[in-house]
Structures are given as structure tokens and as C-alpha cells.
Design a protein around this ligand. Structure first.
Ligand code: MG
Length: 375
């Protein structure tokens, strides 16, 4: 599909009428002489190409549908994105349909973030990735106008970022060995589980490197007694937590496992947004927050606070995304226990540079907004 075809007609018309800048000039935040005083939204689909086929307990894929978003105001440009792994139920069509309904002409101040994002949230139910794309672009825009990165605006210490895990999917022994070699700079390895060869995968990793591992079952385990046995087996092999062991509807089984497991049990597919967390006390030890589930940073920030108040562990994760959404999430990472922010490293066609991983640790840079630069 032609990129220009997907740019919103209304947004582009306003952009052309109100501002002398062209799309090609939107790469960098620059102060314009002519101020439009309007928020201009534009977007286009962008298929993410995965470096390796992504094999999980329930499906496999080589691309991820994605929509890239730009929000322009007075010569400043904020970038956002919606990434749509198929299991979340959104698509390029649903995201573009949603974004075409967004009319930001009623807002002339991007700092009214609560008003703007409440309006966006109320346009239609669900559409979480579509909503996240606007939230992320708005944060980038506002941070750029302020001239500060979001971790600083929130008052977080960038030295306190955690290490990030590197994901090794379910695959053949040869591919697992290749991925383990790629993972050598990382200090935490995330192993995808839920098939018959789970133990072999862990044994290969243990043979090749000795950093801690964590396990993501993606709802793949089917038996609670076997799961408990596996948790003890994994603990002996340096595993530090288990993510989404059972089907998201298995609340009683998960609570049973959590009570007995030597490893913390973290929720992922079982929840999406802020109110969902309240029913997890006693069922899970922690939550994996992802911007594409939470509708973006505004709610994710509140989720961290609520989970902390409930004495739960907090993980910040991502989908396969460009460095735009991954870096957005990284701004929250100084206040989480675990980070799984390798989505940008799993794709071959990133559009941005942003947070980097140095010596396995998330490294935030002193750039305004999300802290990203277009490539
Ligand atoms: Mg997960």
C-alpha cells in the first residue's frame, strides 16, 4: 500500500494549509517561524520484518503489522507507533480506521494530555495499540516542546535502569544455539516455553552461558503439578521468574502454583489495562506492562504506581516494535524490577535509534521527548 495514501486526508490538508513544513522536513524537532497552533496527526502502515521467525507456544510468524504515527505541533514532531501481534486482535485496518476517527482540532494545547488521551480513549472501546500510538507520539511531542526526556520529567534516575532480557524463542537446537551466541552481551535470557522440548532448550542455554534466565510460557503449560515441578527444576538452573504459565482464564490454578512456586509468577496475557491489576493480588506476584496493552505511557505510569501499592513486582515489556515504542517504555524502566525491551533488536527494519543496551543494561540518553532520532 502506498504510504501517502494512508496519511489522513484531514490531517494532511490541515498540515498543508497551516504550516509551511513538508513531511520530509518532519524528521527533527525544529522551531518553526509560522506556528499553526494545531495538532496534526498523520500515519502510515509499516510492516516490521523479523530477523528470525518468532515461534511461541501458540503460533509462529516472520513479520508484525505496525502503523507509524506522527503528531505535529508548531514545528515540533512527536513520533508514535502501533504494533499489532495477531493475538491482540488489532490490525492495520482496525488501527487506521480508529486513527481516521481521531479529530484533534478541538485541542490547541498539547500539554492537556489528560483531556486529549481521555478523548482518544472514549472514541471506541479496545483499540489499545491504536490508542498507544497517539499517547506515545503525544509524549514525544510534549517532551520535545519542554526540551526534556520523559524519565527526567518523571524525576527518575537513569542510573537505576535494569538489565534487559534477550528473548530466545522455541526453535530447533541449531537456531537456539545461534540465538544464544547472539545473546552473549546480555545479562538475562528470556526463554520461550510451552512445548515438549522446554528442558532441552534450557539445557542448551545452560551449557553455553551462565547468566540468569527467566521463562515465558505464553499460556503454554497445561498441568499445574507438572508446572510446579518445572518451577523447582528451573530454579536449580538459575531461573528467576516464570511468566504467564497457564491459560489466562486459569485463575485458581495460577493462584495454586503461585502459593507453592519457589519462583515469582508474572502475568502477561492475563491482563491489559489499569483496572485489571486489582484482581491479581494473590494470583500473580507481578505484572508485565506493555504499552500496546496499556494504551501507552500515561496509563502505564499509573499501573506501575498501583502495582507497587499492591506490593507486586513490575516488569516492563514490549511487542516486536521499532525503537520508538521500545524507547518510550524504557523511560519507565528506572522504576521497574525487570525489563524485557528487546523488541527493536528482533526486527531488521528499525526506523529510529533510541535507548541502547550497554553491557546488558538499558541506557537512556539525554534527548528530549522519548529520546529517539529517525534513521
Ligand atoms: Mg510474555
Amino acid at each position: 500500500m502506498n504510504r501517502r495514501k494512508f496519511l489522513t486526508g484531514a490531517g494532511m490538508a490541515m498540515l498543508a494549509a497551516a504550516s509551511p513544513i513538508s513531511l520530509s522536513a518532519l524528521g527533527e524537532p525544529t522551531k518553526q517561524v509560522a506556528k499553526s497552533g494545531r495538532l496534526n496527526l498523520s500515519f502510515f502502515p509499516y510492516e516490521l520484518q523479523l530477523r528470525h521467525a518468532f515461534n511461541l507456544a501458540r503460533y509462529s510468524r516472520t513479520t508484525t503489522p505496525d502503523v507509524q504515527v506522527q503528531l505535529e505541533y508548531d514545528g515540533f514532531v512527536g513520533y508514535g507507533e502501533a504494533s499489532m501481534p495477531p493475538y491482540l486482535g488489532e490490525s492495520v485496518e482496525s488501527v487506521t480506521t480508529f486513527l481516521n476517527k481521531v479529530d484533534l482540532s478541538q485541542f490547541n494545547d498539547p500539554f492537556r494530555m489528560e483531556d486529549i488521551l481521555t478523548y482518544v480513549d472514549n472514541i471506541a472501546p479496545n483499540n489499545r495499540a491504536a490508542k498507544a500510538s497517539i499517547d506515545i507520539a503525544l509524549h514525544d511531542l510534549v517532551g520535545k516542546i519542554m526540551g526534556q526526556p520523559w524519565y527526567k520529567i518523571w524525576g527518575y534516575n537513569p542510573e537505576k535502569t535494569p538489565v534487559t532480557s534477550f528473548t530466545i524463542g522455541i526453535d530447533t537446537e541449531e537456531v537456539v544455539r545461534q540465538k544464544v551466541r547472539e545473546a552473549s552481551p546480555y545479562k538475562l535470557i528470556k526463554v520461550k516455553m510451552g512445548l515438549d522440548n522446554d528442558k532441552e532448550t534450557v539445557e542448551i542455554i545452560r551449557e553455553m552461558m551462565d547468566v540468569p534466565i527467566c521463562v515465558d510460557c505464553n499460556q503454554g503449560w497445561k498441568n499445574k503439578e507438572e508446572a510446579l515441578e518445572m518451577c523447582y527444576w528451573l530454579q536449580e538452573r538459575g531461573c528467576i521468574f516464570v511468566e504467564q504459565p497457564f491459560d489466562k482464564e486459569w485463575i485458581d490454578e495460577t493462584a495454586w502454583l503461585r502459593e507453592r512456586s519457589p519462583l515469582p509468577i508474572i502475568a502477561d496475557e492475563a491482563f491489559q489495562r489499569l483496572p485489571d491489576i486489582l484482581r491479581f493480588k494473590g494470583v500473580y506476584d507481578g505484572i508485565n506492562i506493555k504499552l500496546m496493552k496499556s494504551t501507552g505511557l500515561y496509563e502505564a505510569h499509573k499501573m506501575v504506581t498501583l502495582a507497587r501499592a499492591l506490593d507486586m513486582k513490575v516488569m516492563i515489556g514490549c511487542m516486536t516494535e521499532t525503537s520508538c515504542a521500545v524507547t518510550a517504555a524504557a523511560n519507565l524502566s528506572p522504576v521497574v524490577d525487570y525489563a524485557d525491551l528487546d523488541g527493536n533488536l528482533l526486527i531488521a527494519n528499525d526506523r529510529f535509534t533510541g535507548m541502547t543496551v550497554e553491557n546488558g543494561k538499558i541506557t537512556l540518553h539525554d534527548r528530549p521527548g522519548l529520546g529517539i532520532l529517525p534513521l
